[in-house]
Design a protein. Structure first.
Lengths: 111, 115
């Protein structure tokens, strides 16, 4: 059974139209991460939550926001997607010092 | 800043043979972890093997083993008895000890397994 579930798997949006990607977990892990993986590139950490504490990477654009309403769910909001934001977005979870468990990813296309 | 370099964009191997994927990294930290992750097409990324920098012994997980050369900052993955299911993108990754889940990934190596 999937333990980290991302929805939708594929998202098409128009330039500038806000989009929200969701991630849920059944592992009860206290840390949740969002990585961005552009085509043929390495995944890059955008931000993570340690419990309710939000930790933004220094070079994550302001266009990207995140919400974690409870332990199980985490959302990635892209306020005004540009063509350069087209990518696979990976959610992952872990205990504080444990192995990362990844979801299957949400592929975002921006038209 | 830490960097991870995988110099082999693509590798191929015959089924049942052995293949080695290369990875080098750069860091000034003394407490860190190194990982190999496997990402099959359209499937989630999964951990293959992990190495703690303070351990001299190379990690092994069944058919997967690493050659960790700390002084050279090299961390290669050896896959023995390759299987068709090993075909995937493999990422080498690094994390500072205090930021375990904050991974810095290499560019990845696409592994093809020929029957």
């Amino acid at each position: 059974d999937a333990m980290v579930i991302q929805n939708p798997r594929y998202q098409v949006t128009q330039f500038g139209k806000p989009v929200t990607l969701s991630c849920s977990q059944t592992l009860n892990h206290n840390v949740m991460y969002w990585y961005q993986q552009k085509s043929s590139q390495a995944p890059k950490l955008l931000f993570h939550y340690y419990d309710k504490d939000f930790n933004n990477e220094a070079d994550t654009p302001d266009n990207f926001q995140s919400r974690r309403p409870n332990t199980s769910f985490c959302f990635l909001d892209i306020r005004s997607p540009g063509l350069g934001d087209a990518a696979m977005y990976l959610c992952a979870t872990s205990r504080a010092t444990g192995e990362l468990f990844f979801g299957e990813g949400s592929r975002l296309t921006v038209l | 800043a830490q960097t991870v370099t995988q110099s082999q964009p693509e590798m191929s191997v015959q089924e049942a043979e052995t293949v080695t994927l290369s990875c080098t990294y750069d860091t000034s930290e003394s407490d860190y972890y190194l990982f190999w992750y496997k990402q099959p097409p359209s499937r989630q990324m999964i951990l293959v093997i992990r190495q703690e920098a303070y351990k001299q012994q190379n990690a092994t997980e069944n058919r997967f083993s690493v050659n960790f050369q700390k002084a050279a900052k090299s961390f290669s993955l050896k896959i023995s008895d390759s299987q068709l299911g090993d075909a995937a993108m493999y990422f080498c990754a690094y994390a500072v000890g205090t930021s375990y889940g904050k991974l810095t990934f290499g560019q990845g190596t696409i592994l093809t397994v020929h029957p």
